[in-house]
Write a protein that binds this ligand. Structure first.
Ligand SMILES: Nc1ncnc2c1ncn2[C@@H]1O[C@H](COP(=O)(O)OP(=O)(O)OP(=O)(O)O)[C@@H](O)[C@H]1O
Length: 578
């Protein structure tokens, strides 16, 4: 049974409704209330469990805006019109009809057929009624036909109002329409209910936002996760939503909270409504040793320089940019392996897909890599420092490579040649077979010193944009002075020095004496450090410190460090991993 309330704006309608045969599934109550009073009654009825409201005219329209159960209008039918015109057939002159288009248009047709002289006035809002009626009165009209509101106002201004009443046919139609609308409403409602339930039971936090990053909907998990709320404070959100709505593609991004880093998948819900959704895919505690990082929108890295090496590198990037196969990039620490990987990613995927960076030395089997890569599906996986992966992790990696989604490209970075690693048992043989087919070798900076000037300019421009530094260039003699060093730490070391120079210089150009001063300071520091032997901790710990210091001095070049310590490189790795 559909618990139904018919709110009649006038007494006669209530009486008609009681006399009409009701469909079996309509459980009907009838009450009399007009306009605002009708709305009050309807709101109360909704709270009391009524499932359907039937009403008429302006009252029905007002109720419909205020309740969330279906409201059915009793229409004015041709029979109703005929009845009212028959009623007034004796009055030949001074009759007008004032009503909404649904009444006036039908009435005009009937008047034409029956040759009645009735002035038709169509209104758009009930506030227009009084003005029209006062005018009609001035023009000598005596009788006004219309809805409840027209009749009420007519009487107030001194005209005779004749109500277009609804007959049994209209009420019967409304019951049938009520059943139909109610069933449809129930179906939609249950679909909405299932959607809501599914949305709420998703096992990860999800929110829907509009283009201004205002939250439209949160699922239960997001609601209950107090910490997650900080995502909404990040300026990244507005930017990424704009990007998703404009490009109509899903995006991955990271947002940094106070103690947590959130990996978010931002997806398009409706372009026309400007709605996007955010799925909080993972949240990891911030730490320096993060094994997996997600780079949502990797940028283009220009491959700088005029040296043969720079030209060769640009060619290799062209050659491998669109390859699906695994590419390995080999080079000493700081030679730009990661930057080249980023450029390869950018060439293939632009900013549409994320880059997942795995830090070999921090990876453990608990990092749930497989599920992460499956969720991302498209993009680049960059594995840094493959030589520091434990044997166990190398097995995990082999498995991952075999099951990786086809639209994910893998790039491996290593400080030593893969042949050297496999010969020294630092790299599993099967893994070697999989990753050694496409290799890019990066030369150390000391072998491409002619590019130093170009890098100095590039780094200065980068710091200028970052910090608004005053420095815009380096004098030629100062650049030439830089060429005499070996740059064992390669581009990383050069960048560090240029950063320091640009901070210590207040003039527009870095002069030779600035460079000399800084390089001297470093020379002295390294002499002082040479003399200090760390004696804290156990013998093993002291040994570790010595190895690390030598490695640092050798610009992280493990071959050189091993040579200086007179041990072979596998011993060096073993000791470092202890
Ligand atoms: N082509 C380039 N354009 C601009 N900057 C670069 C370029 N290549 C490298 N760099 C800069 O040089 C530094 C070292 O580069 P990168 O981190 O890519 O080297 P890496 O070989 O991966 O280092 P590591 O082995 O120590 O991880 C970075 O700060 C990077 O921004």
């Amino acid at each position: 049974m559909i618990k139904t309330l018919l709110i009649a704006p006038y007494q006669g309608l209530a009486e008609t409704a009681k006399k009409v045969d009701k469909p079996e599934d309509i459980d009907l109550d009838v009450t009399i209330a007009n306009l605002e009073k009708g709305v009050k009654v309807a709101k109360l009825a909704e709270k009391q469990g009524y499932e359907l409201i039937i009403s008429r005219g302006g009252t029905a329209t007002m109720i419909q805006d205020e309740v969330s159960i279906p409201v059915v209008h009793i229409d004015i039918t041709g029979y109703d019109m005929l009845r009212v015109f028959t009623l007034i057939r004796g009055i030949k002159k001074g009759v007008a009809l004032v009503g909404y288009a649904n009444i006036s248009q039908g009435a005009a047709t009937i008047c034409n057929i029956l040759e009645f002289d009735v002035k038709m006035i169509t209104i758009k809002s009930r506030t227009e009624v009084r003005g029209h009626l006062e005018e009609l009165k001035q023009q000598g009209f005596a009788v006004v036909i219309g809805d409840v509101i027209t009749v009420q106002v007519a009487e107030q201004v001194g005209l005779r109002g004749v109500l277009i009443t609804s007959g049994k046919e209209a009420v019967t139609d409304a019951f049938e329409e009520g059943k139909r609308v109610y069933n449809f409403f129930r179906r939609v409602n249950s679909q909405f209910y299932y959607f809501q339930e599914t949305f709420n039971s998703l096992p990860f936090p999800v929110i829907l936002l509009n283009k201004n990053a205002d939250v439209i909907e949160k699922n239960l998990m997001f609601e209950q996760d107090n910490q997650c709320q900080e995502i909404l404070e990040s300026p990244v959100i507005l930017k990424v939503i704009k990007r998703v709505l404009e490009s109509e593609t899903n995006q991955w991004t990271e947002v940094e909270g106070k103690n947590t880093i959130y990996e978010l998948q931002v997806f398009l819900v409706s372009k026309s409504e400007g709605i996007a959704g955010i799925n909080v895919h993972a949240s990891v505690v911030k730490s320096d040793n993060r094994a997996v990082r997600l780079i949502g929108s990797p940028v283009h890295i220009p491959i700088i320089g005029d040296s043969d090496e720079a030209k060769r590198l640009r060619n290799s990037i062209q050659q491998f940019a669109h390859a699906d196969e695994i590419v390995s990039i080999i080079g000493e620490p700081g030679t730009g392996k990661y930057s080249v990987a980023q450029e390869l990613h950018f060439e293939k995927f632009g900013q549409e897909s994320p880059m997942v960076v795995l830090e070999g030395r921090h990876l453990t089997s608990e990092d749930k890599l497989q599920s992460k890569l499956m969720a991302i599906k498209r993009g680049t996986v960059v594995l840094k420092d493959i030589e520091s992966l434990s044997a166990e992790m190398q097995d995990v990696l082999k498995n991952i490579l075999r099951n990786i989604p086809t639209a994910m490209r893998v790039i491996v970075l290593a400080n030593e040649s893969l042949d050297y690693l496999v010969n020294n048992r630092a790299l599993d043989n099967e893994l070697y077979q999989e990753i050694s087919n496409h290799v890019i070798h990066l030369s150390p900076l000391r072998e491409r010193k002619e590019d130093i000037g170009a890098f100095v300019d590039y780094f200065l421009a980068e710091f200028h944009a970052e910090n608004g530094d005053e420095t815009v260039g380096m004098k030629q003699d100062a650049i030439e002075y830089l060429l005499q060093f070996e740059w064992l730490g390669n581009l990383s070391q050069l960048k560090k020095i240029i950063r320091e120079l640009s901070t210590m210089t207040t003039a527009n150009y870095i002069e030779l004496f600035h460079v000399k001063e800084l390089m001297n300071k470093y020379k002295q520091m390294s002499i002082a450090n040479d003399k200090k032997l760390p004696l804290d901790g156990t013998l093993e710990e002291i040994e570790q410190q010595v190895i690390r210091q030598v490695l640092e001095e050798e610009g992280n070049n493990q071959s050189k460090a091993a040579k200086r310590l007179n041990i072979n490189r596998s011993t060096l790795w073993r000791k470092l991993k202890q």
